[in-house]
Ligand binder design. Structure first.
Ligand SMILES: *[C@@H]1O[C@H](CO)[C@@H](O)[C@H](O)[C@H]1NC(C)=O
Ligand SMILES: *[C@@H]1O[C@H](CO)[C@@H](O)[C@H](O)[C@H]1NC(C)=O
Ligand SMILES: *[C@@H]1O[C@H](CO)[C@@H](O)[C@H](O)[C@H]1NC(C)=O
Ligand SMILES: *[C@@H]1O[C@H](CO)[C@@H](O)[C@H](O)[C@H]1NC(C)=O
Ligand SMILES: *[C@@H]1O[C@H](CO)[C@@H](O)[C@H](O)[C@H]1NC(C)=O
Ligand SMILES: [Zn+2]
Length: 459
């Protein structure tokens, strides 16, 4: 079975006139690692999505339609997707399984926590991040994970678990487009957004707003499992439906993903890579998901304030060895509030950009009409509202979610164990979330000083 490269190049040729075709690319090892996925449907241009990176004023209206995508085409939101669906089989057939390391599928213990006891961490044969913080795959054709911004002073702003769907009247204010408006109004700030497919299908208008605002959209799985516990087919399904949802909602096929809880090994990385996705982690963690808030935990917000204070203090001292990618969430009212509290302060001390901009990656999608600014390009800050964004397109179905659907709250809320970091800000959280708790096994390793990388791997 050939790698994707041989078959592909389908792209949305009909729909992205200027996008034309992306040439297949190969890594230095000659392995055709990523290719415009031929197995994704061609959706046509979604209505209400810009033709490319925004150069005009952004729309900061506070309202977004709550029409969903056609949910009948997708697995049940927040449920484990079927592995026998024809679309999943097509992806399975396109993957070269001889290039996927046969790492054991990780078991969970009676508490539902991943079981690391059988893993030889001194050998770390599969570069399992949850066990060792490994970010440099043992498989030679896989690039290192992205986990830092190479240059000191850069802050690769990113938020997981979005788009934040409205969950009830009390919290509607904090659901999107709240954070996206805040970013637009605060220096036209750009961020990298790791999206959950289940949240995209139920709130595609928020994804459209995000891409129109110039944020970078990446995959964060369909139902947020620990990916090393998933079979090969389950890994494919978690990634596939999210890629598909983002493409249907926004017209782009993204090249980046982040594993929930950071739980990734070379088996999972290899599958993601052959599906066109580079793995992106982080070097510092706010643990914001664990603060009291809707679906949150018990971590005192003052603790999280303390981390931000320390990062800014360290920056002022000039002792940072590289720039940061700090894990934050658009998960609930508490995390969004915290994000808004600290962004202006971060902007005073750091060069706050998307992860891709700190890496100088200008084309995060296979569709080449989307070209983001290069590393040192100064993007004019425009905070006024003028861009006309038509209402939803024909492919959407009006389904009233009722906004009380608590199923849209990630029950396995995010973030990982707080790993020891260079500034040792990790925390043993007191969270009660089983899934997250499973990863609160801190190994006391300082984060591997993963050096630059990236741009060349991402093309
Ligand atoms: C989040 O919303 C809940 C109500 O749904 C409320 O109890 C809590 O105080 C809010 N937290 C924050 C930080 O706004
Ligand atoms: C960023 O990439 C562009 C090409 O896309 C290149 O011209 C430029 O020199 C790079 N800038 C840095 C700072 O690496
Ligand atoms: C970018 O533009 C803003 C607004 O014009 C300006 O304040 C800032 O100094 C510029 N930054 C760089 C690096 O040129
Ligand atoms: C935005 O545009 C409106 C109408 O053109 C104008 O009244 C307002 O002052 C502008 N706001 C900013 C922040 O430029
Ligand atoms: C801004 O976006 C909203 C929601 O999509 C839309 O209804 C509105 O027409 C847009 N505003 C402008 C000025 O285009
Ligand atoms: Zn997450």
């Amino acid at each position: 079975m050939h790698l994707l490269g041989v078959s592909a190049l389908v792209l949305a040729t009909a729909t992205f006139a200027s996008a034309a075709t992306t040439k297949p690319t190969s890594t230095s090892s000659g392995v055709l690692a990523v290719e415009s996925p031929a197995w994704l449907p061609d959706f046509g241009v979604p209505s209400g999505v810009n033709a490319g990176y925004p150069t005009g004023a952004l729309n900061t209206s506070k309202t977004l339609s709550h029409k969903t995508l056609d949910l009948s085409a997708y697995p049940e939101p927040w449920e484990a997707p079927s592995t026998t669906h024809a679309e999943i089989k097509a992806v399975m057939n396109a993957i070269d399984w001889t290039k996927v390391p046969k790492a054991p599928i990780v078991k969970t213990n009676s508490n539902g926590e991943i079981d690391m006891t059988k893993y030889d961490e001194s050998k770390d044969a599969y570069c399992w991040w949850s066990s060792t913080n490994c970010v440099k795959p043992k498989s030679s054709y896989l690039p290192p994970d992205v986990s830092v911004c190479p240059n000191s002073g850069d802050w690769g702003l990113n938020y997981d678990d979005g788009p934040f769907n409205p969950i009830g009247d009390d919290t509607d204010k904090w659901a999107e487009p709240e954070l996206y408006n805040f970013l637009a109004e605060n220096g036209n700030q750009k961020a990298t957004l790791f999206y959950i497919g289940s949240n995209v299908v139920t709130f595609p208008e928020a994804a459209k707003r995000a891409i129109n605002d110039g944020h970078v959209l990446c995959v964060h799985t369909w139902s947020h499992p620990s990916m090393t516990t998933q079979t090969n087919a389950q890994v494919v399904a978690e990634l596939y439906w999210t890629l598909r949802a983002i493409k249907e909602a926004t017209g782009v096929t993204t090249k980046c993903w982040r594993p929930p809880f950071g739980d990734v090994d070379d088996r999972v990385r290899a599958i993601a890579w052959q599906m066109g996705l580079q793995t992106m982690l982080w070097d510092q963690d706010t643990n914001d998901w664990d603060m009291p808030g809707d679906g949150g935990g018990k971590l005192a917000p003052s603790k999280v304030d303390g981390y931000f204070e320390d990062w800014i203090e360290t920056r002022k001292k000039g002792t940072d060895k590289h720039g940061h990618i700090v894990l934050q969430h658009e998960l609930n009212n508490a995390t969004v509030k915290m994000a808004e509290k600290w962004l202006p302060k971060l902007q005073e001390s750091f060069n706050v950009v998307s992860i891709q901009q700190c890496l100088n990656v200008t084309q995060p999608y296979w569709e080449t009409n989307w070209v983001y600014p290069t590393k040192n390009e100064n993007v004019t800050a425009i905070t006024n509202t003028t861009t006309a964004i038509p209402s939803v397109g024909p492919s959407t179905t009006d389904i009233n979610l009722g906004y009380t659907a608590t199923s849209s709250i990630p029950s396995a809320s995010s973030a990982s164990s707080a790993k020891s970091t260079t500034t040792d800000l990790s925390v043993k959280s007191s969270n009660t979330d089983e899934s997250s708790a499973s990863l609160v096994a801190v190994h006391g390793l300082s984060l591997l000083a993963a050096t630059a990388l990236c741009a060349s791997y991402l093309l």
